[in-house]
Design a protein around this ligand. Structure first.
Ligand SMILES: Cc1cc2nc3c(=O)[nH]c(=O)nc-3n(C[C@H](O)[C@H](O)[C@H](O)COP(=O)(O)O)c2cc1C
Length: 200
């Protein structure tokens, strides 16, 4: 059983990184293996909307995306974290989200003929971490919804979220023990979901 944390901030040891790390630490105390990946260190290019993946589920762009996707699909839990940049996730995170959405979601027809989109996957659980400075909570929640949509595209049911405002400089969150504790508890909840609810 493994949880993968994906950090969408370009800043290593920044606020998102530290909160994602706490979520992973909460899962680890319940015996779950964890791994963290920084999108800023990977080459993940933008979706070209060529729709080659529609039939195959495979993206034709040759970069680090297939490597990361394999890791993500091999995990039981996914933690997606991003700071808010101009009202939404970072460009690094958006590139990942678009690539997932295009390649891992299929169109199905309802009996009424209406088109619906559903993930090619099932059976995972996820947590989102969204961080900002001065924007209002409602805006941060919209940013978190974007991350949640990606969890669903990956077949992961969201079981918790960590939303943190008033964080600006790298490492500011270290001065907010209540946020770190909340992130840790959210990781424990993720572990419980993965283990079928056996943790308190
Ligand atoms: C390009 C850019 C755009 C930003 N846009 C917003 C924003 O719209 N609202 C907000 O509250 N903070 C905004 N911020 C501040 C970051 O969300 C904040 O500093 C956050 O703590 C950074 O997270 P990190 O430490 O994980 O990198 C922005 C920062 C940058 C660099």
């Amino acid at each position: 059983m493994k949880v993968i944390g994906i950090v969408g901030s370009p800043r290593c040891r920044g606020n998102t990184d530290l909160l994602v790390e706490q979520v992973l630490a909460g899962a680890r105390v319940h015996g779950i293996e964890t791994e963290k990946v920084h999108l800023g260190e990977l080459d993940i290019r933008s979706c070209r909307a060529c729709y080659s993946c529609a039939a195959t589920g495979r993206c034709v762009i040759e970069d680090d995306f297939p490597w990361l996707l394999e890791k993500v699909l091999g995990a039981s839990g996914i933690v997606l974290g991003s700071p808010m940049y101009v009202g939404t996730v970072t460009a690094q995170m958006k590139a990942f989200i678009d690539r997932v959405d295009c390649s891992q979601v299929e169109m199905v027809r309802a009996p009424t003929g209406e088109a619906r989109f559903r993930s090619r996957h099932r059976g995972r659980f996820g947590v989102v971490v969204a961080v900002c400075d001065l924007s209002p909570m409602a805006e941060l929640r919209r940013c978190a919804r974007v991350l949640e949509a990606c969890l669903r595209d990956l077949g992961a049911r969201p079981v918790g979220e960590v939303l943190a405002r008033r964080l600006s400089d790298i490492g500011d969150v270290r001065k907010r023990p209540e946020l770190l504790a909340r992130a840790f508890r959210t990781g424990e909840r993720l572990a419980a979901a993965i283990r079928g609810g056996e943790i308190g």
